[in-house]
Write a protein that binds this ligand. Sequence first.
Ligand SMILES: [Zn+2]
Ligand SMILES: [Zn+2]
Length: 258
Amino acid sequence: MASRLRFLGSGDSQGVPRWWCGCSVCQEARATGLNARTRPSVWVEGSEQVLIDVAPEFRLQATREGLRRFDAVLITHAHNDHILGLGDVADRARWTKEPCPAYAPREVLPQLQQRFAYLFQGTYLERIPFRALEDAGRTFAGYAVSAVKVPHGYNGWSYAFRFDGPHGSWAYMPDCIGLEDLEPWRGLDLLVLGTSFYKEPAPVASRSVYDVTEAVELVSRLKPARTVFTHLSHGIDRRKPAPEGAMYAHDGLVLELP
Ligand SMILES: [Zn+2]
Ligand SMILES: [Zn+2]
């Protein structure tokens, strides 16, 4: 069965509109909604249902997409925009008694425990056991998953995931800047890459995610067959075309996976 990738959220850490902002993109997002974006999270639909990251709007995203259950959750890193819906997933697992294991890189697990102490005990932990992704010993929706630590600029580090399946390979790298080791990311049929702004004037040391101009340069070196930019802030206006060879994600976008 072919797998699909559904974007539950395609926004950056503040979403679009930023609640406090009056820029033209935020105004458009309020008025007609082409640029309206919730925080970043995707759903791999296939032989299993796999959620990658759990945005603060998870409950609203799941309601919007008619989504009722997952077999597993993968977490890239423990920043708010990627994990704060975790309690909603845990509540489902606890109330329905259907377990839904959560996998994160080993290094991320203590941070999750610190943020969600109540989930790491009793019936919560039985129903949503947290496991090190490195020890998963299983595939997810038919893909072998590799978690690779990537630089996240001012915010330190994050992980990105590579998915290798019988028909091809793809990667989800929402939060990265200044990637040095390109080898894990060769030979991709699809790269989903975070690009918060089109062109950021601030020095790289004060930033945490690629801008579009830098991403285009990275893509020219990695040469994935297909590129989709996500984790988009109010600095990206979908009324303007994406750079040649790439496209902007939007909430609700569905892609066929290799
Ligand atoms: Zn993020
Ligand atoms: Zn704005």
